[in-house]
Design a protein around this ligand. Structure first.
Ligand code: PEP
Length: 254
């Protein structure tokens, strides 16, 4: 059975005190995750060790980076490499978030390099894909997302794709309060799984956790996560409020 995952993306929010408080409030409710469930906290780089320390020894709870460099270590001021994350025992890294694609011009080729470096270091990517509004309005979202995935990931082996994590995040639903309906999410998630099945076979495709992202909250999570191809969520705004994120963790499919 593939993993069901509630992933928090704190983005560039919170001061250190606020980050510690948020983590403590969540951990008061969840000392560990049930079998088959994970909670992942993608936090700003300076907070990684603090979060890692608070999560240490807790089953199913993990820290993640929000990005990594597209190169190995070297003279790249301000960057953080996948090897550095591995050296800190950070198990996950978000790659290809739409804010990175849009504001930092990360294209499918750059994201291929980041993915390869993360995998080579032994840090598991949470690979984001998703279409902007004009693509959804034109009805070509399936082709658009398929291209993002094939260009960045289809050089990987079946072993590397087994158990992979994809986050489908329609850009028009991120931070806008507009959520894709659970049926729209299921339709795209089924399409994504079928794209992987065509290349890697049903067993590999069935092992991939496909998370939905875009204005997920405690109030809509159970409906969205209840769909057969939705394996949890990547959550921005609502992950900054402990009661909201705990509600989202509670909504993972049993
Ligand atoms: C995100 O940034 O990954 C995200 C889904 O944000 P929000 O939940 O705020 O829409």
């Amino acid at each position: 059975m593939r993993k069901q995952i509630a992933a928090a993306n704190w983005k560039m929010n919170l001061d250190l005190k606020g980050a510690e408080k948020l983590m403590d409030e969540i951990l008061e409710q969840y000392q560990e995750m049930p079998d088959g469930h994970q909670a992942i906290f993608a936090v700003p780089f300076p907070y990684l060790l603090m979060v890692q320390d608070k999560l240490s020894g807790r089953k199913g709870l993990y820290a993640a980076a929000q990005n990594c460099a597209a190169t190995g270590n070297g003279a790249y001021t301000g960057e953080v490499s996948a090897d550095m994350l591995k050296g800190m025992n950070i198990p996950y890294v978000i790659i290809g978030h739409s804010e990175r694609r849009e504001y930092y011009h990360e294209d499918n080729q750059v994201l291929t390099r980041k993915t390869d470096l993360a995998l080579a270091a032994g840090v598991s990517p949470i690979f984001c894909c998703g279409e902007p509004l004009h693509i959804r309005e034109a009805g070509t979202q399936n082709r658009y997302v398929e291209q993002q995935l094939t260009e960045s990931l289809f050089h990987l082996s079946a072993d590397q794709i087994t158990g992979f994590i994809i986050a489908y995040e329609p850009i028009w639903a991120i931070g806008t309060g507009k959520t894709a309906s659970s049926d729209q999410a299921q339709e795209m998630h089924r399409h994504i799984r079928s794209v992987f099945a065509a290349k890697y076979g049903d067993a590999v495709a069935g092992s991939i956790s496909i998370l939905y992202g875009g204005s997920v909250k405690a109030a809509n999570a159970a409906d969205i996560f209840g769909k057969p191809d939705v394996d949890g969520g990547l959550v921005g705004g609502a992950s900054l409020v402990a009661t909201e994120f705990v509600g989202i963790m509670n909504s993972l499919k049993k």
